[in-house]
Design a binder for this molecule. Structure first.
Ligand SMILES: Nc1ncnc2c1ncn2[C@@H]1O[C@H](COP(=O)(O)OP(=O)(O)OP(=O)(O)O)[C@@H](O)[C@H]1O
Ligand SMILES: *[C@@H]1O[C@H](CO)[C@@H](O)[C@H](O)[C@H]1NC(C)=O
Ligand SMILES: CC(=O)N[C@H]1CO[C@H](CO)[C@@H](O)[C@@H]1O
Length: 315
């Protein structure tokens, strides 16, 4: 495998309504759509669409959503030999109401992703040991995430830890992870300082790096990202071209999935160039609606994104 992801599968159930219903009220919606999501499946789908050999370690329910999700993963060329199905909980879902002015109310039902255990991870030991990079985040039992990071380190496999959804008390995680990817609010949670822009993100990256990981990347939405590796004198800003954003949901997951692919399959590019290309791909996903529906296939992307010529110009 090039990329192995440990994380959740989640189905978004989106109802479009004239206004958000009040308690006890029944109203008519105008449209319904179902989408595949979850911070495990999203980067796995991104990586697979870029042509990387990708596997997902996850848990769904023994129900129709779970079966549907597995079929979708197979359609995306993802190895699901370690996507389990439990009878103890339903597949994770997120019923969402969106009103005419675009405001929403969201319920997340944890469901089966909570049933993914350290034992399930152990069963996937061979898969992890034979991969080039392991990607994980916090949308599952945090004990499983920590164990995944420890396993990767013991096998000398690179790990990419996306600290989302953000929480505190993660110092031990930083000891084990190789590449830490955080957004502005997550950087604020770790450092306790405000991170409104590029300069503050550089300072935050320097301070986060002292916590133990080898590389820190702070993603900055339309401003791209800031990158710093252990031993560097200072953090570097990697910008991204300006685009017309229509829906940024899942941009962070697209960034992590793409970055994992470049690091695993194109190590000669180096970190900054890989981040630049991941920025470009994440920037493409924000220009169309939906999460996985906005993730492109490699054949629909400009070929230079996979070429040997440097795209990130100095200065
Ligand atoms: N408006 C935008 N224009 C161009 N690129 C964008 C934009 N928003 C996001 N991106 C790209 O996606 C990456 C991740 O976005 P962001 O920093 O918002 O992460 P996030 O908060 O984890 O995202 P989300 O929670 O929406 O998935 C950015 O580093 C950038 O490359
Ligand atoms: C960063 O990610 C968190 C999830 O950890 C999310 O709640 C928050 O909105 C994101 N912040 C930005 C600035 O995108
Ligand atoms: C998408 C989803 O259902 N996520 C949940 C998975 O389980 C953990 C708890 O272990 C929750 O924190 C997530 O919200």
């Amino acid at each position: 495998m090039d990329v192995v992801v440990v994380g959740s599968c989640n189905i978004d159930l989106v109802s479009y309504v004239p206004r958000l219903p009040a308690a006890g009220e029944t109203i008519l919606g105008s449209k319904f759509s179902q989408g595949f999501g979850g911070k495990g499946a999203n980067p796995a789908v991104m990586a697979a669409r870029l042509g990387a050999k990708t596997a997902l370690i996850s848990m769904v329910g023994e129900d129709s959503f779970g079966r549907e999700y597995k079929l979708d993963l197979i359609k995306n060329n993802i190895d699901i030999s370690h996507v389990g199905a439990t009878s103890k909980a339903a597949t994770g879902v997120a019923p969402i109401f969106v009103n005419e002015s675009g405001e929403n109310s969201i319920v997340v039902v944890k469901g089966a992703n909570e049933s993914l255990t350290v034992e399930n991870l152990m069963e996937a030991k061979d898969l992890i040991q034979n991969s080039k990079i392991l990607l994980c985040n916090l949308e599952i039992d945090p004990k499983v995430t920590l164990e995944a990071l420890k396993m990767a380190k013991s096998f000398n496999i690179r790990s990419l830890f996306n600290m989302a959804p953000a929480t505190t008390g993660l110092d031990e995680y930083f000891q084990y992870c190789d590449i830490l990817v955080i957004n502005e609010s997550e950087a604020e949670i770790i450092t306790g300082m405000k991170v409104p822009g590029v300069e503050e993100a550089k300072t935050a990256a320097e301070s986060v790096l002292e916590k133990g990981c080898q590389v820190v990347i702070v993603t900055l939405g339309e401003n791209g990202a800031v990158v710093m590796s252990k031993g560097d004198k200072e953090a570097v800003h990697v910008p991204t071209p300006k685009v017309q954003a229509v829906d940024t949901t899942g941009a962070g997951d697209a960034f992590c999935g793409s970055l994992a692919v470049f690091l695993a399959t194109r190590p000669e590019l180096g970190l900054q160039e890989s981040v630049y290309r991941a920025n470009k791909i994440a920037g493409i996903t924000v220009q169309s609606p939906g999460t996985q529906t906005s993730y492109p296939q490699w054949k629909d992307l400009p070929p230079e994104l996979f070429g040997g010529e440097k795209l990130l110009k100095d200065g």
